[in-house]
Design a binder for this molecule. Sequence first.
Ligand SMILES: Cc1cc2nc3c(=O)[nH]c(=O)nc-3n(C[C@H](O)[C@H](O)[C@H](O)COP(=O)(O)OP(=O)(O)OC[C@H]3O[C@@H](n4cnc5c(N)ncnc54)[C@H](O)[C@@H]3O)c2cc1C
Length: 156
Amino acid sequence: MVGAGGASYPAAFRLAEAGQKVVMADPKGELGGNCLFSGCIPSKTMRELAQVAVRAQRLLSWTGAVDFVDLQRQRDDVQRIRFLQHQGELRAHPNVTFLKGTVELLGNGRARIQGPEESTEVTAIGMILGTGARARRPVNGPPCRQDWRPRERPRR
Ligand SMILES: Cc1cc2nc3c(=O)[nH]c(=O)nc-3n(C[C@H](O)[C@H](O)[C@H](O)COP(=O)(O)OP(=O)(O)OC[C@H]3O[C@@H](n4cnc5c(N)ncnc54)[C@H](O)[C@@H]3O)c2cc1C
């Protein structure tokens, strides 16, 4: 399984439940891909929290300020909980070996997984490429943010 995003890791668990041995690798070292790491989850956590603050201002005449550091902490907590849940899923599926590393296809069912310290070679009867895609900014379109883990307060 090349990549461990939302398209890949459920397939890895299904294959394991069907009795297959699965090797899955992703340089992030966590399951969830860009959605959990830098896309959907961080962006929606920030959006939800911003909406709560705006509603409190409008409906409850709340005049307090939102500390961006608190928002970041909440966002990071949501992410951390999901990472922990995924680690539990991996423990529950001993047929799935997850490696931190980038996969290079070598042909004839062989692949090299280059990890931070060592490289591992595997041979498989099948491979699933779940390497995702990158957003492209449309011509003359608005700016397109790929990574939603801003460390500074975003401008309005
Ligand atoms: C800012 C933002 C907000 C988003 N919000 C939403 C939302 O609210 N709802 C929604 O449904 N979707 C949202 N998306 C889209 C969602 O993130 C993607 O649809 C989803 O992540 C695609 O999953 P995937 O598994 O196909 O790919 P990815 O999540 O991109 O996963 C691919 C994985 O493959 C790994 N990889 C790549 N090359 C290799 C290699 N050679 N070897 C090993 N691993 C490799 C990458 O490290 C990555 O982890 C958002 C995206 C962004 C950028």
